[in-house]
Write a protein that binds this ligand. Structure first.
Ligand code: GDP
Ligand code: IMO
Ligand code: MG
Length: 428
């Protein structure tokens, strides 16, 4: 069976969690490779709703191995809360989860610095989730971070925490004029978290490569989305990792020769949480309507999501930078209420129409979308189980999206529940 990377093709919240849950049935191992608990992946099974932040959405299936790869930044408090919440709902997290000992750890000073920086930036803020993601990756890349393997050794942790706090407290006090954080308030509680996490820690690259040698297959679960990628997104309004497919290799220790397919997940429209340019954004009246219909509120922060039309120029960019070879379209049912539907096919800037996604956000912000307009279908798609039974206008819309993207749509989601999924062609 092939190894598949699933990535968000827009600004996150495309419905990755739901699709990972559906695809997990055909996978042996499910691996997260980047991001942290800034992610919120929702899975609905019957009347039950699960929101996963750090643990792969595959955990809800019995008998699967879940991996948190080295590319993920781990907040131990958030992780343990998630494990406890899953246990309370009858999902056991024990020998089915392994966390790379090379993962960098998020500490309270990362969260504090994230919030302080955002507050100081005022109107120029990024609109982060406030989970300390950016500061934790900063420490990783400046080679001063504390990894899980360090946290698990009291002596090493003590020494590294002292060094980290000496620096962070200077920043907290001198730049932001705030109270420093003491060694004591972090050290003992985090040693306690370490004791609970110890049994999950492993060299996960070894586990993954052993699985491959036994002909088991891996499903890589992307978090965030391509336009939030630190390299290929709408910088600086991005996250601090590589949610694009290449991140699956560097974030797990599985080489690129093992990746067989890349599936991109996109909503039938577009949403974004946080600040930054959004050319196809609706006016507030339409946004409010679609937000209510689609339940477009952040799964992590509860913030209302900004909503807009499907952007085929953006999708083409995502397809290129990820090597996407199949597409899953989600939330088609949310468009049931719209009499007219638009799709962006180009950007007009200074009299020229561009067909490629500008990485200069000043150009992007000043661009005017060029639209194609479609008649809506104004009937419910929620109960539909087969592609052929979709309304003619919905099929016309999907066929045009496929034509613009140049990649096959292999899955269509018409509701949040596991069962509300049309599979046009196997991904595996
Ligand atoms: P993720 O971050 O990509 O996993 O997506 P989120 O879970 O943050 O946001 C997607 C939201 O849409 C969740 O509330 C899902 O339950 C819901 N959802 C997923 N697919 C569909 C769909 O096809 N139709 C509807 N109406 N809701 C969906
Ligand atoms: P999932 O995996 C949507 C956004 C934040 C902010 C920017 C930077 O559920 O799709 P950060 O806290 O990462 O430094 O914030 O990225 N963001 C997301 N938006 N879905 C997500 O994850 C996101 N994770 C981060 O809103 O604009
Ligand atoms: Mg989400």
């Amino acid at each position: 069976m092939p190894n598949v990377v699933l990535v968000g093709a827009q600004w996150g919240d495309e419905g990755k969690g739901k699709l990972i849950d559906v695809l997990t049935a055909q996978a042996d191992v499910i691996a997260r490779f980047q991001g942290g608990n800034n992610a919120g992946h929702t899975v609905k099974i019957g009347g039950d709703k699960f929101i996963l932040h750090l643990i792969p959405s595959g955990i809800l299936h019995k008998g699967k191995v879940c991996i948190i790869g080295n590319g993920v930044v781990v907040d131990p408090q958030a992780l343990l809360k998630e494990i406890d919440e899953l246990a309370a709902k009858g999902v056991s997290v024990d020998r089915n989860l392994f966390i790379s000992e090379a993962c960098h750890i998020i500490f309270p000073y990362h969260r504090k610095l994230d919030l302080l920086k955002e507050a100081k930036m005022g109107a120029l803020r990024i609109g982060t989730t406030g989970r300390g993601i950016g500061p934790a990756y900063m420490d990783k890349f400046s080679r001063s971070g504390i990894r899980l393997v360090d946290l698990l050794d009291r002596n090493v942790f003590k020494r590294k925490l002292e060094a980290a706090l000496a620096e962070k407290n200077q920043i907290i006090e001198k730049i932001y004029g705030e109270k420093p954080i003491s060694h004591a308030e972090i050290f003992e509680p985090y040693c306690g978290y370490a004791d609970r996490i110890r049994k999950f820690s492993a060299n996960t690259s070894v586990i993954l490569n052993e699985a491959l040698s036994q002909n088991k297959n891996i499903l890589f679960e992307g978090a965030q989305g391509t336009l939030l990628d630190i390299d290929f997104g709408t910088y600086p309004f991005v996250t601090s990792s590589n949610p694009t497919a290449g991140g699956a290799c560097t974030g797990t220790g599985v080489g690129p020769t093992h990746i067989d397919r890349v599936i991109g997940v996109a909503k039938a429209y577009t949403t974004r949480v946080g600040e930054g340019p959004f050319p196809t954004e609706f006016d507030e009246k339409l946004a409010a309507r679609v937000r209510e219909e689609g339940g477009e509120y952040g799964a992590t922060t509860g913030r209302p999501r900004r909503c807009g039309w499907f952007d085929a120029v953006m999708l083409k960019h995502s397809i290129d930078v990820n090597g996407i070879d199949s597409i899953a379209i989600t939330k088609l049912d949310v468009m049931d209420i719209l009499p007219k539907i638009k799709v962006c096919t180009g950007y007009k800037h200074n009299g020229t129409v561009y067909k490629t996604f500008p990485l200069n956000i000043d150009v992007l912000s000043a661009s005017e979308p060029v639209y194609e307009e479609f008649d809506g279908w104004l009937s419910s798609t929620k109960e539909i189980k087969r592609y052929d039974d979709l309304p003619a206008n919905a099929k016309r819309y999907l066929a045009r999206l496929e034509g613009l993207m140049g990649v096959k749509i292999k899955m269509i989601s018409v509701g949040a529940d596991r069962g509300e999924t049309l599979s046009l062609e196997s991904i595996f």
